[in-house]
Design a protein around this ligand. Sequence first.
Ligand code: SF4
Ligand code: SF4
Length: 370
Amino acid sequence: MLKDYLHKIKLCAACPKMCRFACPVAEVEKKERVTPWGKSLTALLLIEGRLSYDDPDVVDTFYSCCMCKKCKSYCLVDDVDIPAMVQTAREEIVAAKKEPEEIKQFLGQFKKFNNPFGKELKLPPHPSLSPEGRGLGRGGLKEGSSKADVLYFVGCSTLLDKDILNSTINLLDKAGQGYSIFSDCCGFPLWASGYTEDARGLMGKAKEAVLSSGAKKIITSCPACTYMLKSVYPVLGFSISAEVLHITQFIETLMRDGRLHLNKKSDIDTVYHDPCFLGRYLNIYDAPRSILGHIITLREPIKTREYNNCCGAGLYHFRSKTAKKITEIAVENIKQTKAKQMITACPTCKRIFTEALKDKVIVKDIITVL
Ligand code: SF4
Ligand code: SF4
């Protein structure tokens, strides 16, 4: 409940509010109420009964957030976590049936195919995937690995990107790593929109798939999947005993154990973009840089690591104009490096930057260049 955040909200009220200059939504919309501090003050007035979810501006304030956590990089108060508070407020808005029309439409569209992309997504044919092995949700099972130690949790954003998916399968094969595959959505888009109750069905199915796979490790390509499985599932009663790793962490281990050798070298002038969930949420900054360091010399943009720009993805479903401007700001951060190629480690960042940078800068996911 929002009132569980009261102490943290009060800390915001007495702060010099440097976070307002960090927030990409505030930078674009230039409204005090959408700054991280504005969101906190709105929450305080709600708890005190001086505002209510009947006010469309209150609802709009909590949906004016891409959950990028950039405010946290500038906030010196340990306890304050604006995106967590925003997500809780969204749950309350949904419970009160006061969510904006665009959010309701998003839920309707999501429910048609159990993904946010408005179409059915299927695992592509791959020589390593047995068509008979359909024991794990809609996932296929790698030939001869009915109980593999590793479950590759593909997630819907990676299922949309066959390049990342096939490159990951090829890399696991190259390292001689047995694996099973699960390809449904982890529930992140619903949870982040406040539809946590609707996400529970997907979470239950994912947990069941992990248990029946017998996997000790789960690897994901999408940092939002990693965060959900690692941090959100346990809080909502879907604890998974297997270790959850982003693919960059797993590759680092394979290389350290001598099971994977990267022989390719590239001299393309390249910049790395830190995805919000991989960096600010999971604190994974070094693994992708260390892997890429074996094949390429990287440039760093001005805004990097915990200060990196959000690509705006978290707002595209319901605030596309603001989202596009946030993307434009992130694109400038890449373009100022004059690099010819941008590499990231998130299927969603790759999709957003590919569209925005078009033929100006080549955009790739880390797994596809190894
Ligand atoms: S989020 Fe942090 S920096 Fe921003 S107003 Fe609150 S306490 Fe201050
Ligand atoms: S999470 Fe990102 S968009 Fe949301 S308030 Fe913080 S800086 Fe702004």
